[in-house]
Design a protein around this ligand. Structure first.
Ligand SMILES: [Zn+2]
Length: 88
């Protein structure tokens, strides 16, 4: 099952970084899927997009000019990457 290429305005998941690692390697808040709106798509690399990330308590922008976000399949849960929302 392949997904279509992203376009501006599509809603995707952004994997948050979570809170910093503690000395024992644990995290108070581990990486999590967050809703994000695609704001721009790299014309030479359609897997790289700019995002407006909607966290539960705030939002931030991750534009292509700052590197954007790359597509990595959802089960990998790589912080800073995006993927199409899982089908429940
Ligand atoms: Zn997800």
């Amino acid at each position: 099952m392949s997904e279509p290429p992203p376009t501006a305005g599509r809603i995707v998941h952004y994997v948050s970084h979570g809170t910093p690692l503690r000395s024992d390697g644990s995290q108070a808040f581990p990486p999590a899927c967050r809703a994000a709106v695609v704001t721009e798509v790299d014309p030479t690399d359609p897997g790289r997009v700019g995002l407006a990330v909607l966290n539960p308590t705030g939002q931030f922008f991750h534009p292509l000019s700052s590197g954007g976000s790359v597509l990595i399949e959802s089960r990998s849960q790589v912080p800073g990457s995006w993927h199409w929302p899982e089908r429940a």
